[in-house]
Write a protein that binds this ligand. Structure first.
Ligand code: FE2
Ligand code: FE2
Length: 325
């Protein structure tokens, strides 16, 4: 599966149709999400950032699909989807994040999370106000909840930063935040205004990216001897996915039965394997970024293998997906 540019390209198709692609620019992502690195061409860096967003979205969406498969009593499909989700996070996203310098030291990561929080607080307030204007009461509730959640994180992150920067003051790193259990529900979109649906796609991308990024921040904290900070970041990642992303996916009507979900995932993998990554590889080779070009080529191959694994899973459901890619 891909994201706004590609995975979210597919989500945007599901939610609002092709026209909305124009309305969901990459710039809706926090610019602080992608730190600048000057050792690759600007276009290569932009493609790496886009592919990281794509992998983050696919990871979060596959976890939702896996939960749905479990709810339907289909453990073999659940396992394939969970494996695909792990691949998106621990191979795709992690590799791309490394190349764009996404993860810093613990202090930089906490500061980045705080910057993101401030940005999201105003973004969600605007989305809620626009949904109110559009008469989208369900969306007003979800966006208002998200704005409140973001605000609630501010003090937690401030305390965590103080604990890391000034350990002599004795401030304790806050405990992990609650992570609601994974639950999902099928159904069509519970909103219809084009602007609200576009905002919803942007919000989904934000939540998926935060889930993936905080997971890497947690790994960095663990590797550097900060287990409480690792637990805090890990729990924040979980909450972004099981609470925020899941609520927005339900509102957007992105969850269907397992047959449809798996076919959607296969379509995304085929698109990535046949078009997106080969295109990025050609662009990288053209500007002399041969290492990244080789990475994109190898990911394209892996995406096709992932499509094959998902196709095998879906064939056990006696389902054939519509041709795509
Ligand atoms: Fe993928
Ligand atoms: Fe969130």
């Amino acid at each position: 599966m891909s994201s706004p540019g590609c995975a979210c390209r597919r989500a945007a198709f599901v939610v609002v149709g092709a026209a909305m692609l124009v309305a969901v620019p990459v710039s809706t992502a926090n610019v602080a999400d992608v730190r600048s690195r000057n050792d690759v061409h600007a276009q290569t860096r932009a493609n790496l950032a886009e592919s990281a967003r794509s992998a983050a979205f696919a990871h979060a969406m596959y976890r939702v699909y896996a939960t749905q498969a479990a709810q339907e009593g289909l453990p073999h499909v659940r396992d394939v989807l969970n494996q695909a989700a792990r691949t998106e996070l621990h191979e795709r996203f992690t590799g791309q994040a490394k190349l764009i310098g996404l993860v810093g030291d613990n202090v930089a990561n906490l500061r980045d999370a705080m910057t993101r929080n401030s940005y999201l607080a105003s973004l969600y307030r605007r989305f809620a106000a626009e949904a109110e204007h559009d008469g989208e009461t369900n969306a007003v509730r979800v966006f208002t909840d998200q704005a409140r959640n973001v605000a609630a994180r501010h003090d937690t992150l401030t305390q965590a930063l103080e604990a890391i920067v000034h350990p002599a003051l004795g401030t304790a790193t806050p405990a992990a935040v609650p992570v609601p259990p994974e639950r999902t529900r099928t159904g069509g979109p519970a909103a219809s205004a084009a602007r609200t649906l576009g905002n919803l796609v942007a919000a989904l991308m934000q939540e998926a990216f935060a889930d993936a990024k905080y997971t890497l921040y947690a790994e960095r904290a663990r590797q550097t001897g900060e287990p409480r900070l690792a637990m805090l970041f890990g729990s924040m990642a979980g909450a972004e996915r099981t609470e925020h992303f899941a609520a927005e996916a339900r509102l957007a009507g992105l969850v269907h039965d397992t047959r449809a979900n798996t076919c959607e995932a296969i379509g995304g993998e085929l698109y990535n394997g046949r078009r997106m990554y080969p295109g990025y590889a050609r662009q990288a080779a053209r500007v002399g970024d041969h290492t990244v070009a080789a990475l994109f080529t190898s990911i394209a191959r892996d995406e096709m293998e992932q499509a094959q694994a998902l196709t095998s899973a879906v064939s056990r459901l006696r389902t054939r997906c519509p041709a795509s890619g």
